[in-house]
Design a protein around this ligand. Structure first.
Ligand SMILES: Nc1ncnc2c1ncn2[C@@H]1O[C@H](COP(=O)(O)OP(=O)(O)OP(=O)(O)O)[C@@H](O)[C@H]1O
Ligand SMILES: [Mg+2]
Length: 507
């Protein structure tokens, strides 16, 4: 069978720490190969080598018989290798069409920018991907799912033969993932060879022709999908059997931990009422843009609201004041890890102890030792993979950065924990540990709100789920209803407005 891309004995180390060891495999035209592995296994590093952003220490990558010997992104691109990177790096201030034409701008006969021509072509390009959006929209104003599709359009329309997709769906809610799948299937039919990273098992079985697994930088599985099983793939990834991902649920207490009444974000928007008991994990489901993040941000006080009251353990909290929310014991683990106060240019130790700095404030070696011990514990609890407490956070893999954000908050004392997409981009092995921590915190009496677009997580972890739509609550599912076979369809129906809540159905 023809080979589109050949990875030949590639090795790479950072500061003496091996990240890829002797990796070899092929990609074939019209086939999608899933590249799986735990956070920090070396997936993104491998993709960067293939696109010429990084140079391998030894071994080589050949495309169509031509070797990419030096780190040469231009050569890789001219050979038809495109990438949609894990951390999208669009120009948010520029329009969609400007983003699509970066470096290939069209000119008029007067040598000025042919904006109309570019916008027109951009519209056609996006149209072939089923995206109906004005190409003059600012890139920064798009939801991530659309940005992702624009980046794919950008990577493929210039005749890519090999396309690398680094966790393209980690930021897209389940419902919108279908559109991406359609695009991927079409590219497959056109003969594009794809290498695709994901932490979702359902996606592997849905899309892959071939599966390649990296563990600690080593290739441990390379097989057609038909010769694998989900358990076998997980085993290859983590080197052990996976325990039950969702530990049993401890019943919630009776006392109300968090009460939100009439919370309104806009003068003419819906008012939201929530009551969450101590020990309860309340899931918030819904499509992107349904207002789930906005609600938790408003409760935490970092987003403006115009009306409503918030109480923690029966005591009123000043709406819209973060300091008061924190004093009342509310914590928010936000969706965007880059905006979450991670300082990419600082170490794991400094980042891991940021919210606790007060506790370690008086200087001295004993304090420092305590601080190291606390951060070591916290990072171990989420299975952080780093080269040590001194490693710069900016050099951690994407999933491991997310784990630091979580470790920071999960180990802090609070009484109400607001989690916004807590395991986005986190590997399956670490997910289990994080779920156990969240469950344990709830069992100790913590009040938890979980915003999640990951259906199994939302359904498996919550005591109760509210489905949001257009800023309001569209439906509620009890634990019994969450255990029903048709629960996913039910959530979708609420989320898309096909089913209104029956009077009396919601407690
Ligand atoms: N520039 C760098 N300097 C030092 N270490 C690095 C650098 N880039 C990556 N690493 C390390 O290399 C390892 C592999 O990282 P990589 O980003 O390839 O992982 P990954 O498999 O993509 O993980 P994830 O699923 O979290 O995205 C990690 O331990 C990471 O900390
Ligand atoms: Mg990665």
């Amino acid at each position: 069978m023809a080979t589109a891309l050949h990875v030949d004995h590639v090795a790479k180390a950072f500061g003496g720490v091996p990240v890829l060891r002797d990796v070899s495999f092929d990609l074939h035209p019209g086939e999608l190969t899933v590249l799986a592995g735990e956070n920090g296994a070396g997936k993104s590093t491998l993709m960067k080598i293939v696109t010429g952003q990084l140079k391998a220490d030894s071994g080589e990558v050949t495309v169509d018989g031509t070797a990419l010997q030096h780190a040469d992104p231009k050569l890789a691109r001219s050979l038809g290798v495109g990438i949609v990177p894990q951390e999208l790096a669009p120009y948010p201030e520029l329009t969609i069409y400007e983003n699509l034409f970066v470096g290939r701008e069209l000119k008029t006969q007067f040598r000025t920018l042919d904006r109309r021509g570019m916008a027109k072509q951009a519209r056609e390009m996006l149209g072939t991907f089923g995206v109906e959006v004005d190409p003059r929209t600012r890139m920064g104003d798009l939801p991530i799912a659309l940005m992702q599709l624009v980046e794919i359009a950008k990577a493929t329309t210039w005749g890519a033969k090999v396309l690398l997709l680094d966790e393209p769906t980690s930021a897209i809610p389940d419902r919108e993932v279908e559109r991406l799948y359609d695009v991927v299937r079409r590219l497959k039919k056109q003969g594009v060879a794809m290498l695709y990273t994901t932490h979702r098992m359902a996606e592997i079985t849905e899309l892959a022709d071939h599966v390649v697994v990296l563990r600690d930088g080593q290739l441990v599985l390379n097989a057609p999908l038909a010769d694998t099983t989900p358990d076998g793939i997980v085993h290859a990834m983590i080197g052990r059997e996976l325990d039950n991902l969702f530990p049993p649920i401890t019943p919630a207490g009776d006392e109300i931990g968090l009460s939100v009444r009439g919370l309104q974000l806009h003068p003419d928007g819906p008012a939201v009422d929530l009551e969450v008991r101590k020990g309860e994990i309340l899931g918030l489901g819904g499509l992107v843009g349904a207002g789930r993040s906005e609600i938790v941000e408003a409760i935490f006080g970092i987003r403006r609201s115009v009306a409503g009251s918030i109480e923690v353990n029966g005591r009123a909290v000043h709406r819209g004041r973060v300091a008061d929310a924190i004093r009342a014991g509310i914590s928010l683990v936000p969706e965007d890890r880059k905006g979450a106060g991670l300082v990419l240019t600082q170490s794991v130790l400094d980042n891991g102890s940021l919210p606790h700095l007060g506790a370690f404030a008086s200087a001295g070696w004993l304090r420092n030792r305590k601080r190291s011990a606390a951060v070591t514990d916290a990072t171990a609890s989420v299975r952080l993979k780093s080269s040590g407490l001194g490693q710069l956070v900016g050099n951690l893999s994407g999933g491991n950065q997310q784990k630091i954000v979580l470790a920071r908050w999960l180990t802090q004392n609070c009484s109400v924990l607001l989690l916004d997409e807590p395991t986005r981009g986190v590997d399956v092995g670490a997910r289990g540990e994080i779920y156990t921590i969240i469950r344990d915190l709830a069992a100790e009496g913590l009040t938890v709100i979980l915003v999640s677009s990951d259906m199994p997580e939302l359904i498996g972890l919550s005591h109760r789920v509210l489905v949001m739509r257009s800023g309001g609550v569209a439906g509620e599912l009890s634990r019994d209803q969450l255990d029903a076979d048709d629960v996913q369809e039910r959530i979708f129906r609420y989320a898309s407005g096909q089913e209104a809540t029956q009077p009396g159905e919601v407690a």
